[in-house]
Design a protein around this ligand. Sequence first.
Ligand code: PNS
Length: 167
Amino acid sequence: MRRVAVCPGSFDPVTLGHLDIITRASTLFDKVIVLISTNATKNTASFTATERMMMIADATAHLDNVVIDILDGLLVDYVRRVHAVAIVKGLRAVSDFEYEFQMALTNKVLYEGAETVFLTTSKENMYLSSSVVKQVAYFGGDISPFVPECILETIQKRLIKEDHNEY
Ligand code: PNS
């Protein structure tokens, strides 16, 4: 039986931290579905779901058992539909724990088969998030330490502040 894992997130945009978790998940499971999902608590996205999908496709092109999909619905319904054995999430710091724990338990209540597996983030990525990338890119800072090189330009071009008028 092929063991499928789902790796959900907003990925707005995907970072080296996400890529690290996806890569490590791809060694643990037969197939990993990176699932661009809607986080109802975040109301503005910088990239459309299709743009995010294309960026992840570029960044994971070397990983044979990784596919990407988009979901506008409940994660557990998707997990059930594809018979996934795990939901893979990265845990950065204690600050992530409460939020992730809440989501894992909620998903388990909604669907008993939803098992969340947490991978500890690599120490280099402890601080990294899509929001940090957006902040730095907006003001023209160097985001090369934070995002895959192949999508660097796309992200920079989109996020840089266009209006240089005085504050
Ligand atoms: O990268 P994020 O924003 O922390 O990821 C959160 C995400 C998108 C995985 C979560 O909001 C989610 O699972 N959304 C899908 C809708 C859903 O099932 N929500 C209930 C989760 S408790």
